[in-house]
Design a protein around this ligand. Sequence first.
Ligand code: MSP
Length: 680
Amino acid sequence: MTTFYLTTPIYYVNGLPHIGHIYTTVVGDTIARYRRLRGDDVFFLTGTDEHGQNIERAAVSRGMTPRELADSIVAAFQETWRRMGMSHDDFVRTTEQRHALGVAEIVRRIEASGDLYSGEHEGWYCASCESFYTEKELLPGNRCPVHESATEWQSEENVYFRLSAYQERLLELYRDSPGFVQPRTRLNEVRSFVESGLRDLSVSRAGLGWGIPFPGRPGQTVYVWLDALTNYISALGFGREGEEAARYRRFWEGGDVRLHLVGKDILRFHAVYWPAFLMSAGLPLPTTVWAHGWWLRDQRKVSKSTGNLVRPDELIERFGTDALRYFLLREMIFGQDAQFSDEGFVDRYNSDLANDLGNTASRVVTLARSAFDGKTPPVACDDNPLIAAAAEAVAGYRAAMEELAFQRALESLWRLLAEANGYLVEREPWKLIKSEGASERVARILYNGLEAVRIVATALLPVMPELAPRVLAAVGSPRPPERFDGPGGLEWGGTATGAPLPAPEPLFPRIDKEAYFNETPAARGRAGGGEAADSGEGSTEDRAPAGRGAGTAPLEKTGGGQARAAARAEEGDGMITIDRFFETELRVATITAAEPVPKSNKLLKLTVDLGGESRQVVAGIAKEYDPGALVGKQVVVVANLEPAKLMGVESQGMVLAASVDGAPVLLHPGREVPNGSRVR
Ligand code: MSP
């Protein structure tokens, strides 16, 4: 029996769950359910990441203690997971004692291997906050974003981890276990990051109250990522003794699969820092880190820090949790970004669920009930073209599920539904019933229709844990199987003959699209959105001393004064405060390469040097500028813009241009200045 351990990231507790968090957890839950049905020994973990400066600040801005904030948000996450039918085996909170024991143990081991040393950490320090800020976070004049008072350049003593010593071993890991990072394209990304050289990592903070005290280093707190990553083993009992560590031994030390599901923005922490910490501590590594893409809305990442949200409540209320689960898995190619739109959601619901699944099921049930006195047909049928179609669909489904290709898995099942429909349309049992009544021929045809739907619904159990059993009950199979390979599983012939068939209930009522979009147009534009942006996922960057997290969102400042000023500006006459303006990070960059974007007559793909950092920026200037003439020119770039895809090409910023009669005219500094210079 395969022991299969899988985890979601643990979620920050500075905001309510949105579609991005739900996605990772739905993926985890679907894999966990699939694996259990396949007969594996599964442990599925999720939880919350509750320490660190960001949480502390978010709490302060709400007038709460960090613990109060964490408790209230954790309750919301747990309630959402319950509503969404998540079947996690455990929910870990980094504020739990069992987690602190695991962190203490991993630190002890890393220390014992000689990989920790004390060093200076420098930055802008606000005495009132007792914390450091990055230049980006400061108000003009290097002022504190919370207190608006002057900060000082200070250095503090921190504990450093010898990350640089693990460069070779990490490269070896990527070479020897190419499946360690999935999808493969992401492995290249991680490898080139490591190849470009690893700097030692500060793994403690001085004077940060909200965190785990660093063992043996008074006044120091464990760096939030070392704290957070350790959840994957602390939840299993690492750092405890005997029976309390039994799960750790079973699923981590002795487990066959240790799979971390993560979003692409936190891949580096999982594929570089985490294995290095584990290597240093002499512990087994995860077998796979699987990075998925982002849900985008209007080309921007769905994210709390930008206020670009898709909250689940309205969708769940209207369509049910399983429709949302289905949509998320069907619509996103696992590993790539996907667009969320309300229209796309309704279309997918109507075509796949209401029509293909719902109508096929209710049509065949209605016919069987009328012909066979409210029962399934009295004879089974083991010789018909749907048997081969079902075997093929199931094989395609299983192969795709093993590769986490959910979209393909679902497509394979929907091919079987299409075959079943074609089979019924060709044989017209509704006509035969009129001419022959409950004949053997009619019995066989309807048995096959019911059986095809049963197989699809059985394979959908991991995806739609609430509705798939109801579809099964509707087609006369009220007891969902425990195993795919057991009775009533994915083999042909599981439908019982002569079994009661309840009157069909509408499982997927069709949505009248026009009426739906007219109901509450404001809400339609932004399903469940509208929550004020506040501090958030930009904190990935805050946690990444070794560089810019790929495509992190701009940080919204939450400091009381500033938040109030921003709120005033939002209520007012379209004026914004200077602080608001300075949230846009404008920097000078030199264009080092330029080429047209394929199939576009407007877009150019530019590579720009932002002062030691190279970025790809897509600009709508192809009609006005010759790519060759742009190379070497300095331009002004919005450096903290969410990455977005334009004609399939990622843009990591935006160049500024005056708009003259609708045509762009690029802005250049008056003389050559160092790349990366801030524009104020
Ligand atoms: N707390 C850290 C993770 C620590 S794991 C040891 C964190 N938390 S988070 O709440 O900001 O994000 C959790 C996960 O949600 C990440 O994997 C992130 O990629 C994912 N998503 C957040 N927004 C997303 C989308 N718009 N789309 C898909 N997933 C995204 O990072």
